[in-house]
Design a protein around this ligand. Structure first.
Ligand code: APR
Length: 233
């Protein structure tokens, strides 16, 4: 195919797996010992805020123990070198894309290193634990902070920007996602409908593999650098 101009790259938990960050849909359907609904829904948070804060506090603290892998580094290089439009749309809430140097990046499911104040609606950087007594740095309200994570049933961030990029894309690449959660799982169809070539890079075929023009099976740490090398050749 001729060189594409505009690229959209969707990433999921699989791109961070080799950095040691747990993916979501392990065989037992549990997520680090929890039912996803208990720790990733507004209802779960309302029912047991202490449990949900503890769950995200543990994941936030673990970010200090992990580093970007070759796949994050390769995407950051492509972002820096690519002359056309490029957008990395990550479903991940870790900061590994940023730490690898990615600039043109959106976190559609929020970020572990942010807090959302339900009193003043501010989003603020947050690194420590976020217990129920935490004080909002913007409005000083106590106990009104929640993780700035998009939970099931909530609207993902940056939807307009993502949709516009998909409509304008010549190439859509999905990396390390199971294709189990919408709207991200539907992006391949939007891109394809708008004329993009579509590539999936994943350890195993995802639920949406049939929609992709090309499927490259393997570890992101191996396959993504190979793909980026091809793109920059
Ligand atoms: N390299 C490439 N792909 C991998 C690797 C790896 N080293 N390890 C795992 N994978 C693949 C798995 O085969 C799987 O298809 O990554 C995918 C991870 O799928 P999930 O665990 O479902 O994660 P993800 O697709 O990002 O989940 C989407 O669901 O729970 C919600 O909001 C949460 O953002 C998350 C969303």
């Amino acid at each position: 195919m001729c060189k594409p101009d505009n690229i959209v790259i969707l990433t999921g938990a699989g791109i961070s797996a080799e950095s040691g960050v747990a993916t979501f849909r392990a065989a037992d359907g549990l997520w680090e010992g929890h039912k996803v609904e208990a720790v990733a829904t507004p209802e779960g948070f309302a029912a047991d805020p202490a449990l949900v804060h503890a769950f995200y506090d543990a994941r936030r603290a673990r970010l200090d123990e992990v580093v970007p892998n070759a796949a994050h580094e390769a995407l950051a290089l492509l972002d820096a070198e690519w002359p056309g439009e490029l957008l990395i749309v990550t479903q991940n809430v870790d900061d590994l894309h940023e730490r690898a140097g990615a600039q043109r990046l959106v976190h559609m499911h929020g970020e572990l290193l942010k807090a959302w104040c339900l009193a003043c609606d501010s989003r603020v950087p947050w690194t420590g634990s976020m217990s129920e007594a935490a004080i909002c740095p913007a409005c000083a309200a106590p106990g009104r902070l929640r993780p700035d994570i998009v939970w099931f049933g909530e609207m993902p961030y940056d939807m307009d920007r993502i949709e516009a990029a998909l409509r304008n894309a010549d190439l859509f690449v999905s990396i390390g996602t199971s294709g189990a959660v919408y709207p991200a799982a539907g992006y391949v169809q939007t891109a394809k409908y708008c004329g993009a070539h579509t590539v999936e890079i994943n350890l195993e075929p995802s639920q949406g593999s049939i929609f992709f023009d090309e499927v490259r099976l393997g570890k992101a740490g191996v396959e993504v650098p190979k793909w980026v090398e091809e793109m920059l050749a």
